[in-house]
Design a binder for this molecule. Structure first.
Ligand code: PLP
Length: 390
């Protein structure tokens, strides 16, 4: 019998995937499911991007490309980061990867080692702790709550740092809470990280989905000393509704990027070649589709938040970005797993338990779905919560 390695024994299977596959199976069986468990935009990738990838495919762009990504794409990503994010990266500091996820993973493998510690704010995106563990590093959790807007404070960061701490993994707008940091909060965190020389791995995949007129601020732009310690991770999945394309990128100090590319060269060899031509079109072309989708998400956010808060026993704050709300379910008396299982079986509404993100007492509801589904799902939630009682 084949024995499994220690590193996988410590892994937790993705609970988000378990719920969504159950929801998918129910839908395939003809049941009318309101899916609030989705983690991807429901829109199609804009047509001009699809056309560019098709043309590249027909044009024979079907061979291996450079492991770090197509030179033109790295150049455009560097220009984008300079122009929009105030991050003075050169093309040599960019790695194109198989989704934002692969970029993050390669970077973490490049900077974390045996016995190191990495700091992860809670609630967290499900993959951070598992990636850190696969790098044989210990995840150290920084708890946040609804009262603090699900944001970590500089004091919390300071208290968690010791001489084994190598990195802080930051994600904003955040999955699952939608939390966004104010400029002064970011600079507080940046100064603590810089004072201790720890890396900041900043996952900015939701940067385009930010609301109430706010503008995304990249933590790496807060001065040269912060820039030098930051790796900025991003991708095309969320902004361009392109999750299945598997295209993302990481930008950081050249030494780190070279190491991450080296890992990439021995694992995936790099991102899909013809898909990268689509990404070139995405960055060269008009950004009006991105804005159109953002506006629709903003309208849905209001529907979702008003809806949730109209259900006695549920409450949530107005998130600043992404496409999730993270209401407290503590008044229902159910733990988050039972809440989601019973909600799916009883009312055919899919939601993700907070425990999957390290936060018991909450659930994640995605509004990356049509307005009618949101309205219908809220009514089902009302009936469900009413049936369980406090
Ligand atoms: C979706 C997501 C990613 C990356 O997704 P890819 O499809 O791999 O680009 C990264 N971080 C967070 C928090 C996400 O929600």
């Amino acid at each position: 019998m084949i024995q499994l390695a220690e590193r996988v024994k410590a892994l937790s299977p993705s609970m988000t995937l378990a719920i969504s596959s159950r929801a998918k199976a129910m839908r395939q069986a003809g049941l009318d499911v309101c899916d609030f468990a989705v983690g991807e935009p429901d829109f199609d990738t804009p047509e001009f991007i699809r056309r560019a990838a098709k043309a590249a495919l027909d044009d024979g762009k079907t061979k291996y490309g450079p492991a770090a990504g197509l030179p033109r794409l790295r150049e455009l990503i560097a220009e984008k980061l300079n122009r929009e994010n105030n991050l003075p990266y050169e093309p040599e500091q960019i790695m194109v990867s198989t989704g934002g996820k692969q970029g993050l993973f390669n970077v973490l493998l490049a900077i974390l080692g045996d016995g190191d510690e990495a700091l992860i704010p809670v609630p967290y995106w499900v993959s951070y702790p598992e990636m850190v563990k696969m790098a044989r590093t210990r995840p150290v959790y920084l708890p946040t709550s609804e009262e603090t807007g699900f944001r970590v404070t500089p004091g919390q960061l300071e208290a968690a740092i010791n001489d084994r701490t190598r990195a802080l993994i930051l994600n904003y707008p955040a999955n699952p809470t939608g939390a966004v940091y104010a400029p002064e909060e970011l600079s507080g965190l940046a100064e603590v990280a810089a004072a201790h020389g720890i890396a900041i791995v900043s996952d900015e995949i939701y940067e385009k989905l930010i609301y109430d007129g706010a503008e995304h601020l990249s933590i790496g732009s807060l001065g040269q000393h912060v820039f030098d310690l930051t790796v900025t991770c991003n991708g095309f999945s969320k902004a361009y509704a392109a999750t299945g394309w598997r295209l993302g990128y990481a930008a950081g100090p050249e030494k780190v990027i070279q190491a991450a590319v080296s890992i990439q060269s021995h694992s995936t060899s790099g991102a899909n070649t013809f898909a990268q031509y689509g990404a070139i079109a995405a960055l060269e072309g008009p950004q009006s589709e991105v804005e159109r989708m953002r506006l629709e998400f903003e309208a849905r956010r209001s529907l979702m938040v008003e809806g949730v808060n109209s259900v006695p026993g549920l409450s949530c704050a107005m998130p600043g970005g992404a496409f999730y709300v993270f209401p407290s379910i503590s008044e229902t008396g159910l733990d988050s797993m039972s809440f989601c299982q019973r909600l799916l079986e009883q009312e055919k509404v899919a939601a993700v338990p907070g425990i999957a993100f390290g936060a018991e007492g909450y659930v994640r509801l995605s509004y990356a779905t049509g307005r009618e589904t949101i309205a219908k799902g809220i009514e089902r939630l009302r009936r469900f919560v009413g049936s369980v009682g406090p």
